[in-house]
Design a binder for this molecule. Structure first.
Ligand code: AHM
Ligand code: MG
Length: 338
């Protein structure tokens, strides 16, 4: 590579966050510090996933390696890395993790104003096969008088101040968005150890003939969902059927949908009347990303996903998200059944 080809004006996540902070005169820097801790968690998890097979981290927690040492499953490591990063930045009051039954409360930081929800390694059933997984996160800010209890968490996605996800694929990707802002995508440069802004102002294409759903559940689907998916597969005279793409890792299916367009669905059905995916750390953060990128996200009642209020921290919801026009088709199909 000739030196003249080297771009010296790259925007790292660190630089991006600093620039965002200076845009807000009232900013204290607390949120920026929290983002730095998040960034470290993502890099660490990306690293352990890359090394997983070599250092025996795949398989079940509780199993032993050949020397008899206890092995931690990657799920557990991801969760531990994430929580310790959130704790050490001293700006986080509460953490909700898919891996933890209860809320984690950092009582040593009563002044901390942020609440972080996360799925440290989403799609972990895919890990041992080397398929992409990722981390999903959402951030709330506590009101000045909030004590930091469960009630402060059972809030709709419209209250999120930031959200996003990473995907540890061929390279590690980070997608992040702030309230009322655009969606920005970063790629981890392993040599520099920095996330580089590679996808500024991401916009999900308005439509695209791709659907992403676990069709093995179709026996349990409600009629409108069945008819909707059938309408994509059998478009009638002269129409071209949609392509099916389903990784089975929400982060990977969401990332592709964000870039190429189409629809991702995990509907509530007769077997799982509340759906599978969790509101606080899967559905709401993804819905915020898709809305801020110009798409739509609704639940199985066709209400705006970001307005769904969870009843408990691990509450679930059906979800349809993606290109604006594709999600509109699902809504229109459900309207027919009203
Ligand atoms: P996980 O959080 O236990 O990994 O489960 C969530 C994952 C999502 O990433 C993915 O969209 C979905 O479960 C796939 O579920 P299924 O195997 O039922 O299609
Ligand atoms: Mg998950």
């Amino acid at each position: 590579v000739g030196t003249e080809n080297i771009n010296t004006e790259i925007i790292t996540l660190t630089r991006f966050l600093t620039e965002e902070q200076t845009k807000h005169r009232e900013a204290t820097g607390d949120f920026t510090l929290l983002c730095h801790a998040l960034q470290f968690a993502f890099k660490s998890i990306a690293y352990y996933i890359r090394r997983a097979t070599l250092i025996n981290l795949t398989g079940l927690a509780g199993s032993s390696n050949t020397t008899g040492d206890d092995q931690k499953k990657l799920d557990v490591i991801g969760n531990d890395v994430f929580i310790s990063a959130m704790k050490s930045c001293a700006r986080v009051r509460l953490v909700v993790s898919e891996e933890e039954e209860n809320i984690i409360s950092f009582d040593q930081y009563p002044e901390a104003r942020y609440v972080v929800m996360c799925d440290p390694i989403d799609g972990s059933s895919n890990l041992d096969a080397g398929v992409s997984v990722g981390t999903i996160f959402g951030i709330f800010k506590l009101a000045a008088d909030a004590k930091g209890s469960t009630e402060d968490l059972l809030k709709p996605g419209i209250d999120l101040i930031a959200s996003g996800f990473t995907m540890y694929g061929a390279s590690a990707q980070l997608v992040i968005t702030m309230k009322g802002g655009s969606v920005n995508g970063f790629t981890l440069d392993n040599a520099l150890g920095e996330f580089i802004l590679t996808h500024p102002n991401m916009r999900v294409p308005k439509k695209r003939a791709i659907y992403s759903v676990n069709e093995g559940n179709s026996l349990y689907w409600e009629e409108p969902v069945k008819e909707y998916i059938n309408s994509l597969k059998y478009p009638g005279e002269g129409g071209k059927p949609y392509s099916a793409r389903y990784v089975g890792s929400m982060v990977a299916d969401a990332y592709r949908t964000l870039l190429y367009g189409g629809i991702f669905a995990y509907p509530a059905d007769k077997k799982s009347p509340k759906g599978k995916l969790r509101i606080l750390y899967e559905c709401a953060p993804m819905a915020m990303v898709f809305e801020n990128a110009g798409g739509q996200a609704v639940d199985s009642k066709m209400g705006r996903m970001l307005e769904v209020v969870p009843e408990h921290i691990h509450d679930r919801s059906g979800i349809f998200m993606g290109s604006f026009d594709e999600v509109q088709k699902v809504i229109d199909m459900h309207d027919k059944y009203k």
